[in-house]
Design a protein around this ligand. Structure first.
Ligand code: SF4
Ligand code: SF4
Length: 158
């Protein structure tokens, strides 16, 4: 009497040498590849020129502030991360009390940088932005800066 079985036939054992050779080839290829892992934090990647992290102020060669407190960046931010507290004096000069930036809410879209007509801000390359205290997420990028006066000094014919 013959017994019928529904089990699948056993896999072919004669194929294992080709599989072994293929895996050995992959191992050799990976051994010859350049190492892309670095020993962070002892080593750090150079950020690409166009990488976007937190917003930073740009200063002139003489360390002067470029921001003129026009507030265009504040208006262009979709997340309302920027709050500039500025005082316009009777002589039309401006005094920036604070240039507030909510780094935790910033989605790093770069729209404020594109909107700034004076190139006064840019997207920084510092990616180590973690913080423990909630107070650290609100940053005053400038303090007590008479931006218009500085601009006036930079342009003597103004
Ligand atoms: S990068 Fe985008 S989200 Fe961040 S402050 Fe600028 S406009 Fe706002
Ligand atoms: S950073 Fe640029 S856009 Fe923003 S207030 Fe200053 S000058 Fe105006």
């Amino acid at each position: 009497m013959t017994v019928k079985t529904t089990h699948a036939p056993a896999p072919e054992t004669t194929r294992w040498p080709s599989g072994l050779l293929r895996s050995a080839r992959i191992a050799v290829i990976n051994l010859l590849r350049p190492n892309v892992v670095i020993k962070y934090p002892h080593e750090r990647y150079d950020q690409p020129e166009r990488s976007r992290w937190a917003v930073e102020q740009v200063f002139g060669e003489d360390e002067s502030v470029k921001c003129t407190a026009c507030k265009i960046c504040e208006q262009s931010c979709p997340d309302h991360c920027i709050k500039i507290d500025v005082e316009t004096r009777p002589d039309k000069t401006k005094f920036i009390h604070s240039w507030g930036y909510d780094r935790a809410a910033c989605m790093m879209c770069g729209l404020c940088v594109e909107a700034c007509p004076y190139g006064a801000i840019h997207m920084g390359h510092d990616y180590e932005l973690a913080h423990r205290e909630t107070s650290e997420k609100h940053i005053d990028l400038l303090s007590e800066v008479a931006a218009a006066e500085i601009r006036k000094k930079e342009a003597p014919d103004a």
